[in-house]
Design a protein around this ligand. Structure first.
Ligand code: HAM
Length: 424
């Protein structure tokens, strides 16, 4: 039966030149994160469903609508991770790291899954690089984490980005604010949209996320949360702001920045681009001082962020879509093989060359012209040619594509000569 397989909706194939760009960014990010004192962590892509329900929170869009959840053959409910913070906290507890002194700093890089409505910049499988710094309540750590996020953007020369910060209070001050907000909104329910009316029951703080102009206008009449937090939260926020000022990090205070995950306390922040109006959030994070305890550990403050790699690469390279059809990986040496016997002969010697450089052996069986063209498109500096005559003579023809110079090289001198030419 003839069937064309297609990738699942909302997923992408990242390859060839686009992948080179991803790797370039990822390499820079790893470098920066290690300089800021982070060590890498890789957690499973599946976790027990309950972990996300409890940490991200029921009533959030992620848990209510966007999780890829299924039952295993052993009848456990598991979920493809929609984010990594909960997994890092689970790993921190499960691996007995709570007694480690000081702040533990993890970074991660990998795919996340959200069953969202696919659109530009919004995928069902997307990728994040992120950090979680666990163990310190200090606002100076918030400032360092935010500085780290900015450093990731600087490392890949991203421009036109904008940092917004806010405080959303803590377990001591937020419940009273949320209760007051719910009552106020309920009295004016008719003025709000359908989504807001659902949110006012389930998660009133998320009302601030609504983009509907009428809802926004109404809500502007209610004091935002940053004006209602307790003295400790206010002091924390002022210290964060003054530390950012001291580091010359520019930011904008956004009283409506409440974020879409339930675990945040005090600091929330987002980095977005004002270039692209449609999907603008490139990075988001904040403090989550209660999450470790909620997951069964001792009370442990923490702060972190995640950056959406797909969106950042798209922001950096607006031509990324065309790259899918572009060239294959570059090589240093291209081995042109004339005839079947030459393919095996070249491959045996390619192994030695691969100890010092990138080598492609052409096994296509095409004519010399076509193979030379491929050598050129793979940006090879050297072409090593073999046919029946070279096999008989235990040698190769070696052509320098920069100078056009061609010479015959005995097999015993091949490695040495390639080294000389590439080294020069
Ligand atoms: P988040 O805001 O849900 O936070 O996601 C962070 C970033 O991931 C977003 O700013 C966006 O760039 C990217 N992203 C999210 N959903 C999608 C999607 N469907 N398609 C493409 N990109 C997407 C978190 O995930 C938290 N874990 C951040 C955090 C870490 N907070 C504390 N520590």
């Amino acid at each position: 039966m003839d069937k064309r397989y297609r990738r699942p909706k909302g997923t992408r194939d990242i390859m060839l030149e686009e992948m080179v760009r991803w790797r370039w960014c990822e390499d820079r990010w790893r470098e920066v994160l290690e300089r800021y004192g982070y060590g890498e962590i890789r957690t499973p892509i599946i976790e027990s469903t309950d972990l996300f329900v409890r940490s991200v929170g029921s009533g959030t869009d992620i848990v209510d609508k966007e999780m890829f959840t299924f039952e295993t053959k052993g009848r456990e409910s598991v979920t493809l991770r929609p984010e990594a913070t909960a997994s890092v906290v689970r790993a921190y507890l499960e691996n007995g790291l709570t007694r480690q002194p000081g702040t533990l700093k993890f970074y991660y890089l990998g795919p996340m899954f959200r069953y969202d409505r696919p659109q530009a910049g919004r995928y069902r499988q997307f990728h994040q690089v992120g950090v979680e710094a666990i163990g310190s309540p200090s606002p100076v750590l918030d400032a360092e984490v935010i500085r780290t996020a900015m450093a990731l953007f600087e490392a890949v020369d991203a421009d036109e980005i904008d940092l917004q910060i806010n405080t959303i209070g803590c377990a001591a001050c937020r419940p009273a604010y949320v209760a007051g907000l719910r009552d106020w909104v309920c009295e004016r329910a008719d003025g709000f949209c359908e989504t807001c009316r659902v949110r006012m029951e389930k998660n009133p703080l998320r009302l601030f996320d609504c983009k509907v102009v009428d809802c926004r206008r109404l809500l502007e009449q209610y004091p935002p949360i940053n004006e209602a937090v307790c003295a400790d939260c206010a002091a924390h926020h002022e210290k964060l702001c003054s530390t950012l000022d001291d580091m010359s990090v520019s930011y904008r205070r956004d009283p409506a920045l409440v974020r879409g995950l339930d675990y945040y306390t005090r600091t929330t922040f987002e980095i977005s681009t004002y270039q692209d109006k449609q999907q603008s959030a490139l990075c988001g994070g904040g403090r989550y001082d209660d999450l470790v305890e909620q997951c069964g550990g001792p009370a442990t403050p923490a702060v972190g962020f995640s950056l959406g790699i797909d969106r950042v690469v798209k922001h950096l390279y607006t031509d990324a879509v065309d790259l899918q059809r572009s060239r294959q990986a570059p090589v240093d040496v291209y081995m042109v093989c004339l005839g079947d016997a030459a393919q095996g002969y070249s491959l045996t010697h390619a192994d030695r060359l691969r100890g010092v450089c990138r080598v492609e052996v052409d096994t296509s069986g095409r004519g010399v012209k076509a193979q030379m063209k491929s050598a050129d498109s793979r940006t090879a500096k050297l072409v090593v040619i073999a046919g029946d005559e070279e096999i008989a003579g235990d040698c190769f023809q070696l052509k320098d594509l920069d100078t056009g110079h061609q010479q015959e090289v005995a097999n015993v001198r091949l490695l040495e000569t390639v080294r000389e030419v590439l080294g020069s």
